[in-house]
Structures are given as C-alpha cells and as structure tokens.
Design a protein around this ligand. Structure first.
Ligand SMILES: Cc1cc2nc3c(=O)[nH]c(=O)nc-3n(C[C@H](O)[C@H](O)[C@H](O)COP(=O)(O)OP(=O)(O)OC[C@H]3O[C@@H](n4cnc5c(N)ncnc54)[C@H](O)[C@@H]3O)c2cc1C
Length: 466
C-alpha cells in the first residue's frame, strides 16, 4: 500500500478491545444482525487473568453460547468446578458458600459456579464471535476522532480508518481509550493496588478458590490467591497496596522479588513457587473506579473500561458479561430508533456499571477498611462482604434489566445495597470487636487428575511480565 493510502472500513458498530467484555459485546451484536468489527491489538490465545467466577457468571456464559455443562465426565477445557471459597488467615481457616436453602424455592438462587482457564475461555469466545459474523481486525486503535461528545471515526496503527454508527470502548482498565480521549469524569472507589501472578504446573489441593490473608489485622491488607485451572495447573497471585509496593521499590527491590517475598509468607504458596522457579510472573497495577457517564450519543464503555471492580470480589467476568448484554441491547435500540433515547442511556448507566460500584463499595467498606476489618475479625468481615455481594448479584440476576421497569427495579436494588453497606459498615466501625467463631472448615474430597468437574488510576499493562 502506498504510504499516504488508508484502508477504509464502514460498519454499524466498532468494538475496540477483544478481552471478554469486547468479544461478548461483539457476539451479542453480531447475533442481532449488526455489522460489527472487533479491533484487538494482541492475538489469541494469550494469558488473561480472572479465573474465579461468581454465581451469575455461568448463566451469562450460557447466554453467550459457551457450553457450561461439565457434568458426566465431559471435558470442558475452559471450565473447572468451584465448590468453595476457602479463606486462610493467620490463625484460622474457613469456607464461605451460600447455604443450601439459597437454591430452594422461594429464593431459587444459584449456588453453582466455576473456575475458568481464561486463555481457553477467551479463545473459545473468539470462535463464537466469528460464528456470529463479527469481523476481527488485528490492529491497535491509535486515534479517536471526535467532535465534542460525538465520535466521528477511529484510526489504527496500520492506517485503517473506521467509521461506525456506534463505537464501544472495551480496552480494559489500563487503556480506557474513550475515557481519556473524551476527558470523562470518574469516581475512584478504592486505593491503588499492585498484583502479580503466574500459572504453575501443580495439581490443585482442592476445588476451592483459596484466598490467603497472612496478616489480616494489618492496616494495609495484602492477600494472595490459589485457583485451580484444571487437574494439573493452578493460578497463584498476590495483591498488595501500591503504597507498600512503592516503599519496597524505593529500597531497591524489583517487583518479581517483592511478589516472591509476599508469597513466601504463605507456606503452601511458597512450596508451589519454589518448585517452579522458571514460571514467568505477570503484573499490573489498578485502582477500582467507575466512569460517571459510561454512555454518550454514539459511544459506550463496557467491562473494565467502564468500571473496575477489585479482583477479591471475583466479579470482573460477571461485570464484563453483564456490560456486554446490556450494551448490545442499548446499541441495538439506538440503531433501531435512529438515536439514543434518554431513558435507555439512564438504564445503561444505572445497571451494569452501577453493580460494580455497589459490589466495590461493599468490599472496600467491610474488608479493605482497616477499622471495620479489625473490629469484625477476618471471618465476620468476609462473611458480611460475601453476604452483601452474593445477595446483590443474585437479586440483579433475578431482576434482569431487560425492560425499562426491570432496569428501574435493578437500579433501586443497587441503591439499597449501597445504603445497607454504608449503614452497616459505619455501625461496625463504632462497635466493639465481635466474639471469635469456632472453625468448621472441612477439606473437600481429593481432585482426580483431569476430572472435569492512584488517585488517577493510570495503570500498568495487564499481564506485563516483571
Ligand atoms: C489481578 C487480577 C485478578 C482478577 N481476578 C478475577 C477473578 O478471579 N474473577 C473475575 O471474575 N475477574 C477477575 N479479574 C477481572 C477480570 O480479569 C476482568 O474484569 C475481565 O477480564 C474483563 O476484562 P475486559 O474485557 O474489560 O478488559 P481486558 O481483558 O483488559 O481487555 C482489554 C483488551 O483491549 C485491548 N486493547 C487495549 N487498547 C487497545 C487499542 N488501542 N486498540 C485495540 N485493542 C486494544 C487489549 O489488548 C485487551 O485485549 C481480575 C483482574 C485482575 C487485574
């Protein structure tokens, strides 16, 4: 191609970013008969983090066309059973899981969920996007052209110019393409944090998401995870405050060494890491946030580009899939109506992105907030967060904002969840410490190998190796 020549592409919807949020949005829109391009700078399969799913995720994955049936010995490489969340503190361990009555009438909420190998899952969803007629453009969007609040076109690093009726930003929390290009206002919901993780060829000890809190009384909460990916591999990671990370870096320590030191405080994880010294550690920094206006006249933000929830909640995948469903509905309506109606913009703003805020405020208030955690103790703090998170997510799934009325009901429920969080956490902060609870943890059965069963969050790159 001559140096001054460009490729021109004209579509109904341009989705920028082929993480789970972008791919899922593209699939839903492609199935609705829209001409969609998904522009992704990196290829697939590639490493991705986000392996522990909460209870709404399976239904959302099924709605996308992902096969979630892992019973009767069927091999599903993208999914692995999740039977508990096991919490290991400095001197206690316990599991959190909704009680059996939660799944019975009249409540009827799900107690079934999975772990997922994200490289496999994302690759699988790329296949669904292609089946849905989505065009994949393996390029990087380098320029967002806009006239005030209206996006007029995109340009890529390989000189493709894209014009679309609608533009969707799914570039994740590290890029936030439209947020930056349009100077959108954001609400910061938590402290800046740093995370490092790796994938280890180690058989899992159980079917649980294992969360370790080596020093739960410390003001600055750091924690680690071990998540089974399949019968022979686990994901291990650690999260700490960006302030602690900076202090250690000022002492001359490299991120790889800092994460290794954190993991060395947890005997099981130290053994796993020591047995695989060559595993490459990936890292990112993040600050939970939400854009106050995630939808404009011809653009919309989805997934982490719209609102980022802390990994401790296991809500990132659910949030990406919820954004995708709601975004596809909103954009399709706008294309049919020849413009976005105010009530549809209101419904988008107050449903999927607002869920992130409700969940994030709960984890910040009950678990990260040192005064509340220290007063409650680890078990009560986790239980209070988990109860609020599970009930909020389950009610959202039941109310399912597919119509105006349902969107209003969802929005009202989310406001109620936030009010409860605020009242309960403030009440706890004023109370005495609660009595200790007797440990009732019992290890699930053995795993048969292969059984399918910043104030400004200017982050590092997701998955950059350190
Ligand atoms: C440490 C950590 C642990 C986590 N653990 C969990 C968990 O246990 N459970 C859970 O549910 N969630 C978890 N999450 C969250 C989860 O990973 C994300 O919410 C989820 O992957 C959705 O991501 P996304 O599609 O919005 O963004 P991303 O996955 O970040 O995708 C963004 C995509 O956009 C592309 N892109 C960026 N800029 C451009 C550009 N200019 N042009 C073209 N393409 C571009 C990128 O290459 C990338 O592929 C975790 C997150 C972190 C950071």
């Amino acid at each position: 191609m001559p140096p001054d020549q460009c490729n021109e592409l004209e579509v109904d919807v341009a989705v920028i970013g082929g993480g789970l949020a972008g791919l899922a949005t593209a699939v839903h829109l492609g199935r609705r008969g829209r001409r969609v391009v998904c522009i992704e700078a990196r290829g697939w399969p590639r490493p991705a983090v986000g392996e522990s799913l909460e209870f709404s995720a399976p239904q959302l994955l099924a709605g996308l066309g992902v096969d979630i049936d892992i019973d009767q010995g069927r091999d599903r490489r993208h999914l692995f059973p999740k039977r508990a969340v096991r919490i290991v503190g400095d001197n206690e361990q316990f599991t959190v899981w909704p009680p059996a009555w939660f799944a019975r009438p009249p409540i009827w909420c799900s107690r079934i969920t999975f772990h997922t190998d994200r490289a496999e899952l994302d690759h699988h969803v790329v296949g669904l996007a292609i089946e849905a007629g989505v065009e994949i453009l393996p390029e990087r969007v380098s320029k967002v052209e806009h006239d005030h609040d209206v996006i007029t076109g995109l340009a890529t690093d390989r000189r493709t110019r894209i014009r679309a009726s609608w533009y969707i930003d799914a570039t994740g929390h590290t890029r936030r393409l439209f947020g930056r290009a349009l100077g959108l206002d954001m609400a910061v919901l938590g402290q800046p944090r740093a995370a490092g993780w790796g994938r280890y060829g180690e058989p899992p000890e159980n079917h649980a998401t294992n969360l370790y809190f080596p020093d739960p009384t410390n003001d600055d909460l750091s924690w680690a995870w071990e998540i089974p990916l399949n019968g022979s591999e686990v994901s291990v990671g650690v999260v700490m405050s960006a302030a602690s990370m900076s202090t250690m870096r000022r002492r001359g320590l490299q991120p790889q060494r800092i994460f290794a030191r954190q993991l060395a405080t947890i005997p099981r994880l130290q053994r796993v890491v020591d047995r695989h010294p060559d595993v490459e550690l990936l890292a990112t920094t993040y600050t939970p946030y939400r854009y106050r206006r995630p939808v404009g006249p011809n653009w919309l933000l989805v997934g982490d580009a719209s609102a980022m929830v802390d990994p401790l909640t296991s809500n990132g995948v659910t949030s990406a899939l919820r954004h995708a469903e709601q975004a596809a509905r909103t954009v399709s309506q706008a294309l049919d109506d020849d413009g976005l109606k105010r009530r549809h913009a209101w419904a988008y703003r107050n449903t999927a992105p607002a869920t992130v805020e409700a969940i994030e405020r709960a984890i910040e208030s009950f678990l990260y907030e040192p005064r509340v955690r220290q007063r409650l103790g680890l078990r009560w703090a986790v239980t209070l967060y988990a109860g609020t998170g599970v009930i909020t997510n389950s009610l959202y799934a039941k109310l399912d904002p597919t119509s105006g009325l349902r969107s209003v009901a969802c929005a009202a429920m989310l406001v109620t969840s936030r009010i409860w969080t605020r009242i309960a956490s403030r009440a706890v902060a004023r109370r005495e410490r609660l009595p200790a609870v007797v440990d009732d943890y019992r290890e699930p059965g053995p795993t048969a190998p292969g059984t399918p069963q910043a104030t400004d969050p200017d982050e590092g790159t997701v998955g950059a190796s350190v």
